[in-house]
Design a protein around this ligand. Sequence first.
Ligand code: PFF
Length: 456
Amino acid sequence: MAEQRKSIHGQWTNRTVFILAATGSAVGLGNIWKFPYIAGENGGGTFVLVYLLCIALIGLPIMMAEIMLGRRGKQSPINTMAALAKDEQRNPGWVWLGWMGVLAGFLILSYYSVIAGWAMSYVFRTGGGLFLGVTADGVNSIFTDLVTDPERLMAWHTLFMVMTMIVVARGVKHGIERAVTYLMPLLFALLIIIVIYSVTTGHFMEGVRFLFTPGKIDGKAILIAMGHAFFTLSLGMGAIMVYGSYLSNKHSIAQASILIALADTVVALLAGLAIFPIVFANGLEPGAGPGLIFQTLPIAFGHMQGGTLVGVVFFTLLVFAAWTSAISLIEPAVAYLVENKGVNRIYASVWIGFLTWFVGLGTVFSFNIWKEKTLTIPFLFEDLTFFDVLDYLTANIMLPLGGLFIALFAAWVMKEKSTREELATYPWLYKIWNFLTSFVTPLAVIVVFLKAIGVI
Ligand code: PFF
């Protein structure tokens, strides 16, 4: 039964390491690259508010549920779901939830790696002094030059995938733990330096107003805000579940979850506060899309004292943040192959990595030779490129759906005795968690879905 299970992949050295690894998974391109650009595209204020509400009412309870499932199952999400369904004497069909998670992680990583490649190439652009004294038009054309060149994008994408495969192949202890311990705090410090620069632009309050003044919002934007809450906390696909499976039974899941969600949210808000003042100071467009940080931050680096150094360190840390997230995106699939096919981690990482790399080529081409090839699915989306479709399907559909079923499984399928064993360190907190996952979280996800497709 659950109490005696042991993970064959190892265990985190202590609670802090688990929190760092999970924060490493949560904090990534989602916070620094994606949050500002989708907040910009969806009008700021209300979007940010809905996002924060989703983090608190949907994300946090699901994070606790996911860590709990992982820790009880102690295996890859696929085998964990199978084992827990069996423990609870429920339908073995719940295993599909693990499969959907593995697929989502694989699809997300395929494009995540391409964008991480942009960040890598910006380390060198900044280091080479390309942005010294640059204008808004200048940064724009430097960005366009990069994304319209499929060969260069492919080269960076390949390099990033190889880096990810190496860490995953080395395993939980030696690979993941080391990478996160030093880098996360440094990223945080660098963001603060950029926010300080933003204060000096004279447009800081404009940025603050944009991010925090409520305005109008529609069903689609609410879905995007909710999807982003899942994406940014790495929920709904088994990444946090698999990290939970390496967590010792003696630690409080609630405390760890609150810390992880808090750190993740603070980094996203800092990124917003760093970027929007620069957008307004330079007459740029907040809704510029996926290129937003690459078209704003270099202006700051090109004009601040010591900007070249700050810029190089910043983009390097962004690559590290992406790296620690990428690892968690394929860990569920790799753990599954090791458990079920008897292969070693190196073999599993290389195969999954190669397949992911291949699908990633679709994203590479979305910004150049396939730019005009778009897909429309009535009621869901219009005119999206390959990259946009992957992003939409994973963040806005697969992750919320995965999260919804994780909440339902934890609250309604598992026996109360089992969930209490894992989560009732603080009885009052357990009660809140139970109420949220039983009613609020599932209902909220369903309502947002229905609103987005125009049913309500
Ligand atoms: N949370 C990561 C980010 O914000 O960049 C992305 C991510 C990692 C999403 C792991 C999903 C996941 F399972």
